[in-house]
Write a protein that binds this ligand. Sequence first.
Ligand SMILES: [Zn+2]
Length: 171
Amino acid sequence: MKVCPKCNQQYDDDNLNFCLSDGELLMETAGGDADADATPTVYMDSPRVTNQNWEQQEPAQVQPNPAPQQMAQQPFAAPQTYQATVTPDKTLATVSLVLGILSLVLMCCYLGIPLGAGAAITGFIGMNRVNTDPDKYGGKELAIIGLVLGGISFVLSMLLIIGGILGAIFD
Ligand SMILES: [Zn+2]
């Protein structure tokens, strides 16, 4: 008769060395009375459940206390981190994105050149600002999109104009 010290599973096979469910090294049990061995495991398990409940309840009651302490410590650091992480300046990046979209939409009216150039410039500046001062400025993705869109519409508009001039010349 062998018993697993971890899960208290009992094995009648004495050739077995390890527990089949968790691989724990089996212990040799003195005596072989199956009924006497079976009942203690029942008593062993029931106190554990109540102990776990006690341990789970106690941290839950303690947890609310640390929070006010952290709140009290934060006001010194809060003004800096608040502006840095929560409200980065995305204005330029947003302007670049809007200009980039407008330049594409209005490209047919030859507005693609000024709008595209504006989008590309503001996008470039916005991107650089995020790179140099990422705490203060945000919206790098917006700036890049604005830069790309503005660049595309600017180049396409230039090609349209050049094509128009060439067409006029060769006609
Ligand atoms: Zn086991």
